[in-house]
Design a protein around this ligand. Structure first.
Ligand SMILES: Nc1ncnc2c1ncn2[C@@H]1O[C@H](COP(=O)(O)OP(=O)(O)OP(=O)(O)O)[C@@H](O)[C@H]1O
Ligand SMILES: [Mg+2]
Length: 495
């Protein structure tokens, strides 16, 4: 791709980007939130047309007019948000849109073919399963299988590991290595430098829609070591020397206050009707951060939904503060289905939870000036990159959408914060900012329940850590006495 330019109303998302992918190469695309990574790959996958610039495939200049044309040319993309039909089976999703006659195709033969393909690349998935019943990791495997089945020799993955468990990440990296060894060229978008260095041959860094440069990983690792390499890439991304953030003394815990949230023997079912929470005892007091560690899929989602009032409890009790109603902030793990309304503007999204309240609403009328003032301030404070506050939230880049949800929730001066995977998809500086914000909220007396599959994040922020395993709290420890080995055992369900 050469000199690729793509403007949206108010933003130049790609500003003369150069990018080259070789056969059999795993090539990382790095850059801060909003740098233009997804846009560039959407162009390659035929979703957008560039305003100018050239795409050459195997030396030939091409125009990729639609996703269908991209597939015909061997380009497959696994998006940040999957695009599967939930009510269809895996196999139907894979052949969907493949032209006429697929309904008549021999199902048994197709299933067998998919099974073999899946096995060859370590993509465990049942062709007959209904997509709605699959975990996020399984759905991602379906997307990859779909691309391979359709003969992709260029595979694009947009932040594939953000939603995976550590074990699934390992499996995915194996699959990608196997594909690359067969000659598939892979574009790997990620914010996780360690992963990038472990997997990729080359890295191209984007900043503000421009190519900063391309780095050969093995070479740089040899001369700089892994820490030096990470520093180099981080510098290329932000365009200046990175210093450890000095956020002042927000890290000091305040004094412990009253219980704000108390779960006793809470039992709840999963979407599939299976027991997901099996007698949870948990308490969060004002002024503390309680970290819920554990491998994804052990009840995190259900715990979050039960506390947010989105999922019924089968047994046990859930109580908020005794002193009266609690102002709860919810940073949801799924920012699209729970956090934002894509078709509403950024400004509208900032007051979603306060539409009926002063100063945004007076005598039943929305006060747009007050809303705009608030939205403007929030966008600035949380560095949400958006052309304007009138832009629709669905147009924001992945990380900027997350920042918007965070800003809205933290601005409500919450007493209790339910933070589920709060830094998923954020770039390094945004993660630091969010961590600082959470620590500051704690210092001001908020109680925080932090549900995160990033163990590092749990260790950095929590005062107390509990481990969730198969719907139960397997262990609990004060942060200052934490024993990582013991945590690991609990996370694996052992004593
Ligand atoms: N369809 C669209 N309409 C309007 N603006 C868009 C659209 N798609 C992307 N943008 C804007 O283009 C810029 C680049 O977005 P892009 O999604 O490419 O960033 P990214 O590098 O993938 O970021 P992230 O790491 O947060 O996912 C952002 O400012 C975004 O708001
Ligand atoms: Mg993106």
């Amino acid at each position: 791709m050469q000199g690729i330019r793509k403007a949206f109303p108010g933003v130049l998302a790609n500003d003369g980007v150069d990018f080259e992918l070789r056969p059999g190469e795993i090539h990382a695309l790095l850059g801060e939130n909003g740098a233009g990574k997804t846009t560039l790959m959407n162009i390659l996958a035929g979703l957008y047309q560039p305003d100018s610039g050239q795409i050459r495939l195997r030396g030939q200049s091409v125009r990729i007019g639609s996703p269908r044309q991209a597939i015909q040319r061997g380009i497959g993309m696994v998006h940040q948000h999957f695009m599967l039909v939930q009510s269809f089976t895996v196999a139907d999703n894979i052949v969907l849109g493949q032209g006429s006659g697929w309904l008549q195709e021999n199902t048994k033969q197709l299933h067998e073919q998919l099974r073999q393909l899946a096995e060859r690349y370590g993509l465990q998935v049942d062709p007959a399963a209904q997509v709605a019943q699959l975990s996020v990791g399984e759905q991602q495997r379906v997307e990859i299988l779909k691309a391979i089945y359709r003969g992709a020799d260029i595979l694009i993955l947009d932040e594939p590991t953000a939603v995976l468990t550590p074990q699934e990440v390992e499996e995915l990296l194996q699959t990608l290595r196997a594909l690359a060894a067969q000659g598939t060229g892979i574009v790997f978008i990620s914010h996780k430098l360690k992963e990038v260095l472990a997997l990729c041959h080359r890295v191209t860094v984007l900043r503000d829609g421009k190519t900063v440069g391309t780095v050969a990983v093995a070479e740089q690792l040899q001369s700089l070591g892994s820490a030096g390499c990470e520093r180099l890439l981080a510098q290329m991304m932000v365009g200046r020397e990175i210093k450890p953030a000095s956020w002042g003394k927000a890290g000091e815990p305040g004094s412990l206050g009253d219980p704000l949230l108390r779960l006793e023997g809470v039992v709840a079912l999963s979407d599939r009707g299976l027991p997901a929470l099996q007698g949870i005892h948990l308490q969060v007091r004002a002024g503390e951060i309680v970290g819920v560690a554990g491998v994804d899929g052990n009840g995190q989602r259900e715990l979050e939904e039960v506390i947010a009032g989105l999922r019924p409890i089968q047994a046990g009790t859930l109580r908020f503060a005794e002193s009266g109603p609690v102002n709860l902030a919810h940073i949801p793990s799924d920012r699209y289905s729970m956090g934002l309304l894509s078709d509403f503007s950024v400004a509208e999204n900032t007051i979603l939870r306060d539409v009926e309240r002063d100063p945004y609403c007076r005598r039943g009328w929305l006060d747009w000036r007050a809303i705009a003032r608030f939205a403007q301030q929030l966008v600035l404070q949380f560095t949400v990159k958006t052309p304007s506050i009138q832009t629709r939230a669905g147009k924001l880049s992945g990380g900027n959408a997350q920042k918007l949800v965070l800003g809205r929730e933290l601005a409500r001066q919450p007493q209790l914060i339910l933070a589920a995977q709060p830094t998923r998809g954020l770039d390094i500086s945004a993660i630091e900012y969010v961590h600082h914000q959470l620590l500051q909220q704690r210092q001001m007396g908020a109680g925080i329940l932090l549900i995160s599959t990033e163990l590092e994040e749990i260790l950095q922020l929590s005062d107390r850590i509990v481990v969730l395993y198969e719907g139960k709290i397997r262990g609990e420890t004060a942060a200052e006495r934490v024993d990582i080995h013991q945590l690991g055992l609990w996370m694996a369900g052992r004593e």
